[in-house]
Design a binder for this molecule. Sequence first.
Ligand code: ADP
Ligand code: ZN
Ligand code: ZN
Length: 744
Amino acid sequence: MYADVIVDITNERLDKTFQYLVPETMEKTLKPGMQVWFPFGRGNREQKGFVLELKERPDFDPEKTKALTRIAEESVSVEGELIALAAWIRENYGSTMIQALKTVLPVRDKVRGVERVTFVPARSEEEMQAYLTLCIRKNYRARVRLLKALKEEGSLTLPEAEARGISRKALKDLKESGYVCALRETVYRNPVSRADKAYERKTLSGEQQQAVDCFCRDYASGIRRVYLLHGVTGSGKTEVYLEVMDQVIAQGKQVIVLIPEIALTYQTLIRFYTRFGGRVSVINSRMSQGERYDQFERARNGEIDIMIGPRSALFTPFSHLGLIIIDEEHEASYKSENTPRYHARETAVQRANMCGASVMLGSATPSMESYYRAKTGEYRLLTLTKRVEERPLPKVYIEDMREELKAGNRSVFSRHLRALMEDRLQKGQQMMLFLNRRGYAGFLSCRSCGGVIKCPHCDVSLSVHRGKGRQKLVCHYCGHEQEMMNRCPSCGSGYISELKAGTQQIEELVQREFPGARVLRMDMDTTRRKGEHAKILSAFSERQADILIGTQMIVKGHDFPGVTLMGVLAADMSLFAGDYRASERTFQLLTQAAGRAGRGTDPGEVVIQTYQPDHYSIVMAAEQNYESFYEQELIFRRMLKYPPGAHMLAILMSCEDESHLTVGAEYLKKMIVHLYKGKDMQVIGPAEGGISRVKDRYRKNIFIKHEDYTLLTRIKDRLEQYIEANEGFDTIQIQFDFNPMNLL
Ligand code: ADP
Ligand code: ZN
Ligand code: ZN
């Protein structure tokens, strides 16, 4: 057996790994993450390091491979575990070791907890008074303000002083004068303000209790595995999480809860705080590095048992991690868009395996990958089929927009939706209008027959490219190109165009057509500044508006009991986004959107407007029939070898020089085909990327499809070596993306 080790992770040379022979006596005990001693460098000095990976076969000449001396520490520390996890990430997603380490050990040392500075008087009361009089006479305005404040308050923190308009310079002068001194203490900020409400324990429904029991029975008998909690919207998944967390924590273990950033709202967090109080912490992407580091420190010190946060919370340094929960596990944001492009779900499963924890994934619309694994028995499936308290699922209507056009209605609102909106306004009930603008539009569709122009090879819609002068239609996978069209090839109609609509236009339209209605809009524009997101949501939940218009932001996990109508405008926008996940994403969005209506005591109605009323992802979403959608979609994925039918490795290339990029991409493709001839592998492309020129860089992608993930990682390794060895690739940026989520 051979071990890859890394020397000292504070060292700049940490990118380099070294291989050693594992003496037979160590073979049984040695695990990735353990610390070992080995001879190092020219003088064979004893050096300590971490084991990253164990291998059956050597990568180098075994004659020249030295052996490990001894194990330094048999127990794997959290740090060791995270380092081994980094090695796994590097191997499975492609990156350098530094990039992988920076992902799992963010802001290692250097950034300390924040120092709290408090200013206090340094002399006796009389002396202070005398000095104040002097400053008044000399007209030192800032000092006067500070001295007066100190007289009243006794002490002042730095932010308090700054709030009174006292500059840092004035503070420094005063300190130097010797009249004021600054006390420093390091505090780890606790971002969780104490919850004021007491937790009301709910009586679990039969289905909820079953799910909890199943998990707890396993857990108590030492079984650790992955559970997929599939529960319809409003079935009370969070309550199940809270219950199983309780059990895990009672055994002295810790829990990480991943929630999509967009759903990290006060509403969500308060449910965890009221249940677990100060033992909960949270991180989010708006926090500074230092703030996030503080929270990781608190986790390391055992001050908390629960960490809630987006993707990166997965790397919380808990040393007794017992459970990782991933809510809305189908969300694309769990996949990193930067190298290493790791998926939090797979990485969570790996971390759990390494430290003996379980994983619970939850969703109303599980990802194809997870459901596939649940079906094959790799994951344990737990289902909640009913909404809590027997609330009915909403009634869903599909409105065929081609019929509207035929009847002379060119408005964005179908006649049915308009009638229902008027009805709600009259009754004083709330509604939401969801504009499905996911991704980049740019596909051609026919408003008369609903047809969409697709790639003959890949069965995804072709995208309109504007490049130099002429417009053309291209496929983002295989590079297939064809002429732009101005008539529909199947029905001959001239109403063929790209679907275009923005939330702002919809808002104006609503205001024109429903004067008097109180409207709120939530999209990227209205939520740019910190806190605006929460402000809009709370205004709407306090019923300060009748209509909330928005993009995907409004459909994710919010609970507005007053909403009885959801209108989905342009349901088709996400259906033809030009990548293989388009149908899945559409089904998820529509199901989630439908799930927003009727969560209170009044039943809800949903109107889905579409040009493709017969498309299975729309029909099944309207029926809230996940199972049928899954079966249909799996047939498509298997036929075209898209995940989970097979695995896909995307090689993303970009370069300032277009012709150089073209040549480089062709070389890479030749290399792949040459190396893996006869391996029953599909190599597609090079094709232009979704946005072929970003920031003046040209982009091209190659896709490789194969059933065996390990083979794809081996291809990645070989290509990395090939790229490294050839100067021609120096000016081309190359990234690897396994089973990509977004094609941009
Ligand atoms: P989901 O995440 O599955 O859509 P939630 O967990 O948000 O559903 O639950 C929906 C609502 O139902 C919440 O307001 C929650 O407090 C409530 N709820 C959950 N379980 C129960 C229960 N057993 N009894 C009563 N109310 C419940
Ligand atoms: Zn047509
Ligand atoms: Zn194609």
